[in-house]
Structure formats: structure tokens, C-alpha cells
Write a protein that binds this ligand. Structure first.
Ligand code: PEP
Ligand code: MG
Length: 755
């Protein structure tokens, strides 16, 4: 009988033999790279080990110039190898030299190799090095080859962690976790948080890789799967979960996945190949992560993310440390650090000691970020490497204003930030005192200060902030944080709760604004070249009455016998308003016919977010009961400047003449037709830009609840008539001299207006 000479089982057997031989660490490493090269028919196999100073040093190679061992090196994040270490993800390239991250190391002689497959060497989630194979011919490595290399990387992690490799300093391999680190990311939710690191997924160290008895390991796997299923069922029984719709959905998805045959089979296969149960779980989990990275479909990405979380829970079952964060809450202030997490998972951590969230991924529209904003905690996202550099109980600062993170900050940094936090708290006390003061300017002009909301947890802020109503209720948030399409009764329940909380204060509900950057994971959608300009908001709603009609019905029922204000997002032409109005009227008719009560008064408004409306303002004002400027989108479209792209975030200024002139035209048109006007974009919440809005004639603005105080403090000190006199002539000046922002800050400073 011919014995196989390659494949995962043979490779594992070989590795096991090498680990059992009495060899020095370096010899073992050399032997392993030779075996891998032979097993995978690769011309090159190399191991790079991460030193404590963040440099990846070539420690062994088969195929590259032997003289480059211990000579060739790359910094973490640099070149393909450095990228793999910093992202903790594999790279599989058929034409490596043309990859944007490629960095040429002349001493290695690698210029003749085109194909490249590299995997991170991880121990408990932390990078210790990178394992690479290369071939001259252009080829894509198969999935089973990626798997074989990952398995080898697990073995190498043990070898490196044993600490016997020469040439590493006292601290051994891996990054130095005692030094202070300042990391840059993207500010996703306002505020500053100081505390200690809580890792969302505390590291689980799998040291026992090779099994002695596959049957025994398979049994262990199934026992733990059984316990996992029971623990999910238990959580579903918990009274708080039973109540909380958003959280429940996630757990139900987990329950479904915990019974997924394909997942279980892949783990069983790894055990048959020779791994222990925990190594098999970890192995399948890293395959999943690699697939997750390649997956551009947001729906499938979310599903793979759920699997990732579940695999992690299973791993904790196997090593006897069942999943903790739900129960174990820290007794001191903490900041949660994660690669990414679901919205419901963040709610598990909520409590007075939760001070911030730091993510390696995360975007302004991530569900978890939306929820964090509602909870009022700062979030810094896209912080590369933070999981490798931060450890449980390290001191950490999350600066959600500047998008910075300090891990193990120095005393100076800590005290500077503590001072900042104290200062902000003092200011907040002043704002709290203003809560019941009327929102009236120094010269007696009343201004309507409203708040933006979208989740149940926003509602207590209505009273806390002293807002005079909800100027923008983003109904899509309920859809975005759920794991399934909210049913009509769930929509109605939310709208009723909102109206009840608002009492006699007005609430403006915006119909679904999905599409573009607001993706529903459970709704199939086609990839679009320019999603922001694509099939979204009212365009999608009108094409899918099956979505809009139940929402309108839920709104009409929730607002029975009171006023209902409905606002349409992303209107481009007035006939879209007519179409929505028609649909609403038909629903009113139907409800009345079936004996339901309907709202006492109905107001239909449009958001001004698309520049085309600026050239049909007269028609628009006559077609609606009110308008509200969505300045975030209006600005993005007027300046052709993606609102979510940090590279251009500060390039153009909404406080510039062209944009303020456009807003002024809207104010004039609204006044001509006596159409109520509000503005509900981010600029309403910054005192300096709100000052500009007052100066050009806005008397109603809507913002996040936290900004009501600062804006009111500005308003009280402003003489609006004087401001108008000074500002309007400035608007007509050519650019080149003082910018509008400079003019406004000077004006505020000279007139004692806090901004
Ligand atoms: C806006 O575009 O200004 C707006 C308020 O809507 P959103 O931020 O939800 O797109
Ligand atoms: Mg918008």
C-alpha cells in the first residue's frame, strides 16, 4: 500500500515527531521549515519571529539566502510579513510583488518568487511571528494548503513561546507589553474615557495541540457543544433577555449556529487529522476569520462574525472557563477592547463603570457604535494592533474626540486626561443647570432646541437634556441593530413608547433611511458602485411598498388621536413627496375603514439633503407641511465629499460661504411660504456652527441630546439681531480673506459667547 507523503495528517505527524526529538530550538525550527517546504511543494518556507521591539526577524528559511537569517527584518505593519503580524490574518497572493504592501528585502534573494502565502503565528490571539511559503510560479494556494500552514503556525507558536530561541532579548518573543503606547484610530463616538482594559474576548491559551485519542477528543467536543447549547438556552430564559428584543435575536441566531452540522463536521475532521478538541475549534475559527476577511457581503460577514463569537464561547467551555462578560463585571472603571462586537454584546457590559470602547475595526455606522452613542460612551475605532498591545487590567484612555488611544499611559498623560475629564464634568454641571432655562437669546428671540434619537435608550435624554421635542427620530436604527426585520407590531411598540415618553412634545419620525452606508445585514442587496448615490432611503421605500406600508401603518396606529409628523429622507424631486403622501392617505383610509383610530393631525415633511432640491425650493415648500435640512448629507453631496471617509473629513468646512449661502437660500424660501424649517445634521450640535445657523435665520435646530446644553449656553449669550447684522454682509464677501469660521470664532470671542 502506498502511504501518502503530503496532506494535513502527514504534516501533523511529521511535526509531532520533530517536536518529540531532542533538538535545540533553532535546529527544530530549521527542520520544520524543511518539512513544510517539502510537504507543500514550496520553493521557500520561512519563519519570522516578532521581537519585543516590534521588529520581525527572519529566524529560519528553506529557499531564501541562508545568509539573511537573523539579518533580514521588517517592522510590524511593514511589508507583507508585517501586515500579516499586525492584522493577525493570512495573505494568499499569486502576484506578491505587485501587492501595495510589498517591501523588497534584497538580502533574501526573494525577487524571483511570485506566489506568497503567509499566516500569523498566534498565541492566545497575540502575534509571535509569521510563517511564509513562496513559489516562483504564479499560483493561488488552495484552502487545504492555507489550513496546513495555519496548523503548523500553531505548533510554531508553542516552540517560540517556550523561550529557547537564541537572539531574543530577555523579554522573549512578542511585543513588549510594559511600554506606554499611543495608538491612532478614528473617533466614532464623542467623549473621553479612562479605565482599565477588559478584553471582550479574554485570551484562551491552547497549549495542548496533538491528540492521543481521536475518539476521546471527539467526545469532549460534543460534550462541550452540549454545554454550550444549554448555556444559550439558559440565557434565552433570563427575564431581561426575554424582554429585550434586540438581544434575544442575537442569541437565537447563536442557538441555530450551535446546531450547524457543517461547523461541527469541520471541527471533527480536524480531530481526525490529529488535533485536540480545543486546537480543532481554534483551527476552524481561524479559517472562519480568514473567510470573514475575504467576504465583502455584509450579510455573510455578520454571520461569520456570529460563528467567531460562538467558537470562542465553545473554546472557553472546553478549557473550563465558560463565557464570562455577562456575569463578571469589573468593580472599577473599564474600557472594553475588541476586534469588533455586536450591538447586543455591548449592552451586556453596560453599567456605570463602562467608560469606553476601543475597536480594531468599526465604522461610524456600525451597530455597536450607534448603540454606544446612545449609551453616551466614547468609541475609538480602526485602532490597528490594539488587541496585540493591550492586556487585561492595563490602564487605558479612549479619546473619542481626537480618535486616540493610550495604553499604559504615562503619569503625565493620565493626569492631563483626568484634568480634561474633570473640566468636562464641571461644564456638564453648568449645562445641567440650564436644563429648565428657556431657550431664548440675549435679545429675546426664542429658538426651538430639539434632539435627535432612534433607540429606546435615547428616550430618557429627552427629559435630562431639556429638549423641546424630537426633531429627528431615525427609524432605521431599530432595523439596523436587530438581527431580523422588525415585525410591524415591534415597530408600532417602539413608536408608541417614543410618543408616550415625549408626552405633549412633538416627535418627527423619519421613514426608513436605509441603503447607502446604512446596511441591514439580513436584507439582501446588490453591490452598488456608488451606494451613497444609489438605491436608498425614499427611492428604496417607494420601490418596496412592502417595507414602507407596514411602517406607515405602525406609525399611524401608534399616533392614534394625536399629531403624527412623518419626514421623508433623501428627497430629490417633489413628486417623491406626492407619492409618499398618497401612500399615507391610502393607509389612513384603510385603517379608518377597519375601525381603527387615526392621528388627529398629520404633517408630512421632507429632508433637504440632495442639492437638486435647492433649485426647486418654491415647489418644495408648497408640497410639504415642514422641511428639515439634513446637513450631513447635503454637505457631502454639495462638496462631493464622502462623509465617512476620514481622509477628507477635515478637508472642506460646512462653515464655509458656499454652504452657508445654500442654507440661507433655504431659510428665505421657507420664510416666503411660511413653511416650518429645522436643521438636524451634526452642525446643529456644535456651538460655533449653531451660532452661524442662528445668524442666517434658523430658529429651530435638532441635535444629539448631549449638545443641547452647550448650544443653549451659547444661545443665551447671543444677541441675534446684532449677529445677523454682522454675519450677513460677511456671507457675500469673496473667499480669500478671513474664512467664515475665523469670522465666527472672532465674533464669539469678542462678544463673550461660549463656543
Ligand atoms: C443628515 O444627513 O444630516 C441627517 C440628519 O441624516 P443622517 O445623518 O441620518 O443621514
Ligand atoms: Mg441624511
Amino acid at each position: 500500500m502506498n502511504m501518502p507523503t503530503s496532506g494535513p495528517r502527514v504534516l501533523l505527524k511529521r511535526l509531532r515527531e520533530v517536536m518529540a526529538e531532542s533538538l535545540g530550538a533553532q535546529d527544530r525550527l530549521d527542520k520544520i521549515v524543511r518539512h513544510i517546504a517539502a510537504n507543500m511543494v514550496a520553493e521557500v518556507c520561512s519563519v519570522y519571529v516578532l521581537r519585543s521591539d516590534g521588529v520581525l526577524e527572519l529566524f529560519a528559511t528553506e529557499g531564501l539566502n541562508p545568509g539573511s537569517v537573523h539579518e533580514a527584518s521588517l517592522k510590524i505593519g511593514q511589508g507583507l510579513v508585517g501586515t500579516i503580524a499586525s492584522t493577525a490574518r493570512p495573505l494568499n497572493l499569486s502576484d506578491a510583488q505587485h501587492h501595495p504592501a510589498f517591501a523588497y528585502l534584497p538580502e533574501t534573494g526573494e525577487e524571483i518568487y511570485n506566489s506568497f502565502l503567509g499566516v500569523p503565528i498566534l498565541r492566545a490571539g497575540r502575534p509571535l511571528g509569521v510563517l511564509v511559503v513562496q513559489n516562483q510560479a504564479q499560483r493561488n494556494y488552495r484552502d487545504d494548503e492555507v489550513e496546513a500552514l495555519e496548523t503548523t503556525a500553531m505548533v510554531l507558536a508553542e516552540l517560540i513561546a517556550a523561550g529557547q530561541l537564541e537572539g531574543l532579548d530577555k523579554k522573549g518573543a512578542g511585543l513588549d507589553l510594559s511600554r506606554p503606547q499611543r495608538l491612532e484610530g478614528v473617533a466614532l463616538a464623542d467623549g473621553i474615557g479612562l479605565g482599565y482594559v477588559v478584553l471582550h474576548e479574554p485570551r484562551v491559551l491552547v497549549t495542548n495541540l496533538f491528540n492521543e485519542n481521536a475518539e476521546f477528543e471527539t467526545r469532549r467536543l460534543h460534550e462541550s457543544l452540549g454545554k454550550l447549547r444549554i448555556s444559550i438556552d439558559d440565557m434565552l430564559e433570563r427575564p431581561d433577555v426575554a424582554r429585550d428584543g434586540e438581544h434575544r435575536e442575537v442569541l437565537e441566531t447563536y442557538r441555530m449556529f450551535a446546531n450547524d452540522r457543517g461547523w461541527v463536521r469541520r471541527m471533527e475532521e480536524q480531530i481526525v487529522n490529529g488535533l485536540t478538541a480545543e486546537a480543532a475549534v481554534e483551527k476552524v475559527q481561524s479559517d472562519n476569520r480568514a473567510r470573514m476577511m475575504r467576504q465583502s457581503d455584509p450579510y455573510l460577514r455578520e454571520r461569520l462574525h456570529d460563528f467567531d463569537d460562538l467558537a470562542y464561547r465553545l473554546l472557553r467551555e472546553l478549557v473550563g472557563k465558560p463565557h464570562g462578560p455577562l456575569k463578571e463585571k469589573s468593580t472599577r472603571d473599564y474600557i472594553v477592547v475588541a476586534r469588533n462586537m455586536g450591538a447586543a454584546e455591548l449592552l451586556d457590559y453596560n453599567g456605570p463603570q463602562l467608560r469606553g470602547l476601543v475597536l480594531e475595526e468599526g465604522a461610524p455606522t456600525s451597530h455597536v457604535v450607534i448603540v454606544a452613542r446612545a449609551l453616551g460612551i466614547p468609541v475609538v475605532g480602526q485602532v490597528q494592533n490594539v488587541l496585540s498591545l493591550a492586556d487585561t487590567d492595563n490602564a487605558i484612555i479612549a479619546d473619542g474626540l481626537d480618535g486616540e488611544v493610550y495604553v499604559r499611559p504615562t503619569e503625565e498623560i493620565q493626569s492631563a486626561y483626568s484634568e480634561k475629564v474633570r473640566f468636562r464634568a464641571k461644564r456638564q454641571e453648568i449645562y445641567d443647570k440650564l436644563r429648565d432655562e428657556p431657550a431664548v437669546s440675549k435679545d429675546g428671540v426664542a429658538v426651538n432646541l430639539l434632539m435627535n434619537a432612534g433607540l429606546l435608550m435615547d428616550l430618557p435624554n429627552l427629559e435630562r437634556s431639556g429638549a423641546k421635542g424630537i426633531g429627528l427620530f431615525r427609524t432605521e436604527l431599530q432595523f439596523m441593530v436587530a438581527s431580523h426585520m422588525p415585525r410591524p407590531n415591534e415597530q408600532e411598540n417602539l413608536y408608541s413608547a417614543v410618543l408616550e415618553a415625549a408626552g405633549s412634545l412633538p416627535v418627527t419620525f423619519r421613514t426608513l433611511d436605509i441603503g447607502g452606508d446604512k446596511v441591514l445585514p439580513y436584507m439582501r442587496h446588490e453591490q452598488e458602485e456608488n451606494p451613497a448615490l444609489g438605491w436608498r432611503a425614499v427611492r428604496l421605500s417607494l420601490d418596496r411598498p412592502g417595507l414602507l406600508r407596514p411602517q406607515i401603518r405602525a406609525l399611524l396606529k401608534a399616533a392614534a388621536n394625536r399629531e403624527l409628523r412623518v419626514m421623508i429622507p433623501m428627497v430629490s424631486e417633489t413628486r417623491e413627496i406626492t407619492a409618499v403622501r398618497k401612500l399615507i392617505n391610502r393607509e389612513v383610509e384603510l385603517l379608518t375603514r377597519f375601525g381603527h383610530s387615526v392621528p388627529r393631525r398629520l404633517a408630512v415633511g421632507a429632508m433637504i439633503e440632495v442639492p437638486s432640491l435647492l433649485f426647486q425650493l418654491d415647489e418644495l415648500m408648497q408640497a410639504v407641511d415642514f422641511v428639515s435640512v439634513g446637513s450631513n448629507d447635503l454637505f457631502q453631496f454639495m462638496f462631493a465629499s464622502d462623509r465617512g471617509n476620514p481622509r477628507i473629513a477635515k478637508r472642506f468646512d460646512p462653515m464655509s460661504r458656499p454652504f452657508l449661502r445654500a442654507l440661507r437660500r433655504i431659510v428665505d424660501a421657507a420664510a416666503r411660504f411660511d413653511t416650518p424649517l429645522t436643521l438636524c445634521g451634526e452642525i446643529a450640535g456644535k456651538p460655533i456652527s449653531a451660532l452661524a445657523l442662528l445668524g442666517i435665520g434658523f430658529r429651530s435646530i435638532s441635535m444629539s441630546a448631549v449638545y443641547i446644553g452647550p448650544v443653549k449656553a451659547m444661545l443665551i449669550e447671543t444677541d441675534i439681531a446684532r449677529l445677523e447684522q454682522a454675519l450677513l454682509p460677511e456671507l457675500d464677501k469673496p473667499s480669500g480673506g478671513q474664512t467664515m469660521r475665523e469670522f465666527l470664532t472672532d465674533y464669539a470671542a469678542q462678544n463673550g459667547i461660549p463656543y
